[in-house]
Structures are given as C-alpha cells and as structure tokens.
Design a protein around this ligand. Structure first.
Ligand SMILES: [Zn+2]
Length: 65
C-alpha cells in the first residue's frame, strides 16, 4: 500500500514536471498515442500512422469518442 502511494506520488510529480498545463481548463495535458490505419491504393497492404495527441478536459471527449 505504501508502495502504491509512493508510485502514485512519483507519477503525479512526473506528470506535473513534464506536462504542460492547459490554459483553458487548467488540467495537465496527457500525451497519448493515436494510431490510425489507412489502406494503400494497391489495396493489399495497410499503412499505419501514429501521432501523439495532447489530451486535456477540453478535448478528451472528442479524442476518446
Ligand atoms: Zn483544456
């Protein structure tokens, strides 16, 4: 239990140090990796696009929808 608490503390501190704060809602941005797949023109292979998205309370509903 003590371990879990200290881990949570560390995670929170790391997030606060690394994360930028949204000026609108005041939440720390959570960087998440979004993967979208596209079919190539040949039709036989798939192409994957990865991009990082910063999520805060303003856009989390759109991102997770
Ligand atoms: Zn926000």
């Amino acid at each position: 239990m003590a371990k879990q608490q200290s881990f949570a503390d560390k995670a929170t501190k790391a997030a606060q140090m690394k994360g930028a704060k949204c000026p609108v809602c005041g939440a720390i941005f959570q960087p998440i990796l979004m993967v979208s797949s596209e079919r190539s023109r040949a039709g036989s292979s798939w192409k994957f696009n990865e991009h990082r998205v910063q999520v805060c309370k303003c856009n989390e509903k759109q991102v997770y929808a």
